[in-house]
Design a protein around this ligand. Structure first.
Ligand SMILES: [Zn+2]
Length: 73
């Protein structure tokens, strides 16, 4: 499920993020994951709603590079 819009989609159609040492990173990483659609709108909404932190149950910093690529990693 996308943490931005709440859309249910297969994991193939979503981008996975994890927290690594307090920083949000895309891709397959061990541990808890949060997913968004492959759109900037959903990534941005998830950031603004602190949905990544909630889903990952930790405080995460959003790197500027991710903000700019909009999760289309
Ligand atoms: Zn979405």
């Amino acid at each position: 499920m996308c943490v931005g819009c709440g859309r249910r989609a297969s994991k193939r159609d979503l981008v996975r993020y994890s927290a690594v040492e307090g920083v949000l990173v895309p891709g397959r990483v061990d541990g808890r994951g949060a997913y968004t659609c492959m759109t900037y709108a959903c990534f941005d909404r998830a950031v603004k709603r602190a949905a990544f932190a909630r889903r990952l149950r930790t405080i995460v910093a959003i790197p500027e590079s991710l903000r700019q690529s909009g999760g289309a990693a």
